[in-house]
Ligand binder design. Structure first.
Ligand SMILES: Nc1ncnc2c1ncn2[C@@H]1O[C@H](COP(=O)(O)OP(=O)(O)OP(=O)(O)O)[C@@H](O)[C@H]1O
Length: 268
């Protein structure tokens, strides 16, 4: 069992960086968070609340201004193979075919060409793309590309999957299929997962825990446990789960939590 921990983490962007150039930007404040490898934790928050910044900290792309981020007690000091990131735009290498995209991280691990190809083929099969290994990225649909991205993330057998709106660019039908897929592949991989999303529905469907990030500065203001992902893994359809009174009640409750304070902010 691995644990990713944020302890009292704050993040400020210095003046001159990004959009608000004149003043220092307080983005995240006092974030305490733990993700264990048997969990899929979703973080939901309004636009600009700091979700991507939080994920970038977990990935080690940026460092916190204060506080500590650790994996099994060891400080995160930059990107590493124990934490794989999947972005909304799949960020695949267009000059490589699907198989070589998946095999790419294995090259860094020093595996032979034959071993890399064998592992990539096994992963292609696992994500339902057996036979598509020779296809170029532009020959794949959006959902297929995201599967390749997820397979590539899994290739190095990370301890944590960090998912930044990975399904955000997909049409509704494909998104539902991919939600189901993501749950299953996460359960099989035994990696912990941190998923950020704008979608309240997706946060509830996929998360074993849902954390609400409130903006200015970003703080975790609510935590909810949900069992819908276990129902889906046990065979319930996503459409059926969404129709249950409990799902609807929790959806309404979460909507209230996320939007409380938004009116005051607009008026201010
Ligand atoms: N490199 C940067 N320099 C300065 N400010 C930044 C930088 N990156 C993000 N910000 C600011 O930090 C705040 C949080 O941004 P972030 O992208 O983490 O939020 P988000 O919740 O992921 O937003 P969205 O849902 O719109 O993607 C925003 O006000 C943004 O303008």
């Amino acid at each position: 069992m691995s644990i990713l921990t944020f302890r009292n983490v704050s993040l400020r962007y210095p003046p001159g960086a990004g959009r608000s150039a004149a003043r220092e930007k307080r983005v995240l404040e006092g974030i305490d968070l733990q993700v264990a490898s048997d969990e899929l934790v979703t973080i939901i928050g309004r636009s600009g609340s700091g979700k991507t910044s939080l994920l970038n900290l977990a990935a080690g792309f940026i460092a916190p201004t204060a506080g500590a981020i650790t994996v099994d007690g060891a400080p995160v000091q930059g990107p590493a193979a124990d934490r794989a990131v999947v972005f909304q735009d799949d960020a695949l290498y267009p000059w490589l075919d699907a198989r070589d995209n998946i095999a790419f991280p294995l090259k860094l691990k020093g595996l032979s060409i034959a071993a890399r190809r064998a592992r990539a083929d096994a992963l292609l099969e696992r994500v339902g793309l057996a036979g598509a290994g020779d296809r170029r990225i532009w020959e794949l649909s959006g959902g297929m590309r995201q599967r390749v991205g997820i397979a590539r993330a899994l290739a190095a057998e990370p301890r944590f999957l960090l998912l930044d709106e990975p399904l955000g660019a997909l049409d509704a039908l494909t998104r539902t299929r991919m939600q189901d897929f993501l749950l299953r592949i996460k359960a099989e991989s035994r990696a912990g997962a941190l998923l950020i999303t704008h979608s309240i529905e997706e946060a509830l469907l996929l998360g074993t825990r849902i954390l609400v990030l409130s903006p200015n500065p970003g703080r975790l203001t609510a935590e909810i446990e949900a069992g819908f992902s276990a129902e889906i893994l046990a065979g319930a359809s996503i459409a059926a789960v969404k129709e249950t009174p409990l799902f609807k009640r929790m959806h309404a409750g979460l909507t209230g939590l996320i939007h409380s304070g938004a009116e005051e902010e607009l008026a201010a």
